[in-house]
Design a protein around this ligand. Sequence first.
Ligand code: PLP
Length: 406
Amino acid sequence: MLDVQKIRGDFPILTREVNGKPLVYLDNGASAQKPQVVIDAITNAYSQEYANVHRGLHYLSNLATEKYEGVRPIIAKFLGVRDEAQIVLNSGTTEGINMVAYGWAMPRFQPGDEILLSVMEHHANIVPWHFLRERQGAVLKWVDTDVNGALDAQKVIDAIGPRTKLIAITHLSNVLGTKVDVKAICTAARAKGVAVLVDGSQAAVHMPVDVEDIGCDFYAITGHKLYGPSGSGAIYVSHERMAEMRPFLGGGDMIREVTKDGVTYNDPPMKFEAGTPGIVQTIGLGVALEYMMGLGMENIAAYENSLRDYAAARLGGLNWLQVQGQAPDKAAIFSFTMDGAGHAHDISTILDKKGVAVRAGQHCTGPLMQHLGLNATCRASFGLYNTEAEVDVLIDALELCNDLFA
Ligand code: PLP
């Protein structure tokens, strides 16, 4: 089990007050706070070790390159990938998925070819596929969740048709906390020659991920949710898809030679990394992942599961509150609406007055909101530093909301 009081000491922001109350940060689904080791690594990189990477032949450039490139094997280890050359570094999931849409899907989609999506996808895993629909006549096929917000992997598998070229699916819903059996989906998809992109933005934060065991073609993660800096991230690409994929962004670093007449590309993964990257952000991400692995992903998952059970029991006791998503073994992410309350923003504003930071709105999941028949929800999303005492503060603040709205 985690020593959460000690862990809280690693995150300086958790000691601050908001609106005169101790901060209770429950917006981890949007972005997580950063431990001091990450903040120190960023400061050190800028104050002692900064230069551009891959270019210079001077000491600092070599040092920065060594630090930056040293992150690739850390991400590979974090994701259970043996070959670090399968890790493309980027600014986050949005860039990773767009790279797949432009670089892999666009050259191979014919009008009528299909992409399967779950109704729970984040806009980052929807809008790039709408580009293919608008520009190339791709067809988006949606698989719904059940009344509990669970997604039956078999329903996804059954939806695979002769024109299905890609399944683009989340590993863990940022709104409902639902986990998806992506391994079962990948096994069936592979047998039918269908590629699978897994959006691991949320899952990689809350549970151990073994991409080789899952057997997907693409697995995207984003650094700022992983206790690392914003503007950092990565996507795993299988050898087969890497060989098939065209570069998405063109520029420095991704080339070996450029002449007036043509270009020779660098070897993967560099072929897919154009321009000056987020050097310091990526270095910070490496430190964040080492911090998480140091705590142990199994330990993080076990702790967060106990926090989930406590929060689920306490929220379940509020009969005027509707929790959206009751899938078995869900993550500690709770979206809810309230009897009598106005917009979800009204709830979050009142919670904020009590120092409780939650998110309100559509959470970049328009189709899910449509499916649920809701305009918006409030979302409390927990991380490794949250406590049962903070759940209690949330409950007290919600009770206050209920009194005000009654
Ligand atoms: N996918 C999921 C499930 C998310 O929760 C998010 C972030 O909210 C994203 C994708 C997009 O990540 P980013 O904005 O870091 O690219």
